[in-house]
Design a protein. Sequence first.
Length: 359
Amino acid sequence: MPLTRLVVQKFRNIKACDIELSAGFNFLIGPNGSGKTSLLEAIYLLGHGRSFKSTLTGRVIQNEAQELFVHGRFLSSDQFELPIGINKQRDGSTEVKIGGQSGQKIAQLAKVLPLQLIHPEGFDLLTDGPKQRRAFMDWGVFHSEPAFYEAWGRFKRLNKQRNALLKTATHYRELRYWDDELARLADNIDAWRRQYVQQISSVAQTLCQVFLPEFDIDLKYYRGWDKDTPYSELLEKSFERDQLLGYTFSGPNKADLKIKVGGTPVEDVLSRGQLKLMVCALRVAQGQHLTELTGKQCIYLIDDFASELDSQRRERLADCFKSTGAQVFVSSITQNQVADMIESNSKMFHVEHGTIEQG
Ligand SMILES: Nc1ncnc2c1ncn2[C@@H]1O[C@H](COP(=O)(O)OP(=O)(O)OP(=O)(O)O)[C@@H](O)[C@H]1O
Ligand SMILES: [Mg+2]
C-alpha cells in the first residue's frame, strides 16, 4: 500500500512539504539536523498515530505552531488512490481521516499503512526488555488476526481492574468472574502469538542466512506464564502472591520472544553491525510474511541506512529491500552511501533546513 503523495505541515523543523513519491525507493539526503529523521517520523505518525521518538505531541509540533498535519494519498489494494491524513493539536486532540471519512480510529491507519521502521537505536528490539519484542509479535498478530486488537485492549483493561480489585478483595471468589474472562482472552492471545512466531520463524531463518550466514537463529516464544498450567488455574493459585505484590504477576502482558544464536542470547554474541542486520532480517521477515498472508505490502522506513554497516553488508541489504518490491524510504547523509540502492524508478529528495526538494 504505497504512499503516492505526502504533505507535511508544521512537523518539527518541516514547515511545509508536498512531495510526489516513488512506489519503490525514496531517498532523503541531507546534512545533520536537516530534517531527514523528522520526515520519516511524520510518515510513521501517519501509520501509527504517534511518533517513534517522543511520547509528547508538543515536542513534535513545530515550535510556535498550534497543530501539525500529515496527509497524503495511498494506493489501496484494489489500486485506487485514496486520501489519508492525521492532524494533532497541542491540547493532545487527534483527528484521523481516511478515504474522505473523518473520525477514523488510529488502528485503522495502521491497517491501511503497515510500516516497518529500522533506525539506529532499533537494536533495542534485541537488547532491551521484552516490551519491544511483544510489540514486534503483536504487529504481526494485529495484521493477521482481525480479533486480536479488541481482545488485547480488553485484556489490558480487565487486567487493570483486577489489579485494583486485588487491593480490596478478601477472598479469591471475588475475582473469579473477572478471571474467567481474563483467562479466555489470555488463551486466545497466547494461541495467536504462538502461531505467529511459528509462521515467522522459518522466514526469519532464511533471511538471517542471507545477512548472517555464520549464525543459526532460533526464535522461541514465551507466553508469559508457566507452559504447563492453564491461565485460569494459575490466577487462582497465585492469588495470595499477587495480592502481596499488588498486581497480577504473570500473563500475556509478560510474554516474550527469546532470540538466540547457537543457544546464546543474541545480545551477548553479536556485534552492533550484526545486531542491526539481525533486526533488518526480522523486520523484512515480518513484511514478507504479511504479503504472503494478506497480499498487503508494508512500507519500510530506514533511518541512517549506512550507520554500522560495511559496504558489502550495505549491498546485501540493498538487494534484499529491492527484492521485496515494497516502498522504501531511506535517509542518508550522502548520496554515495545509498548508491547501491538506486533504481530507475527511485526518487531522490534533498533535505536542508526543513525543506525537501526533489533532486
Ligand atoms: N518541535 C520542533 N520545532 C522546530 N524544530 C524542531 C522541533 N523538534 C526538533 N526540531 C529540529 O528539527 C531538526 C531536524 O532534526 P532531524 O532529527 O530530523 O535531523 P536529521 O536530518 O535526521 O539529522 P541527523 O543526520 O543528525 O540524524 C533539528 O535541528 C531539531 O533541532
Ligand atoms: Mg536523523
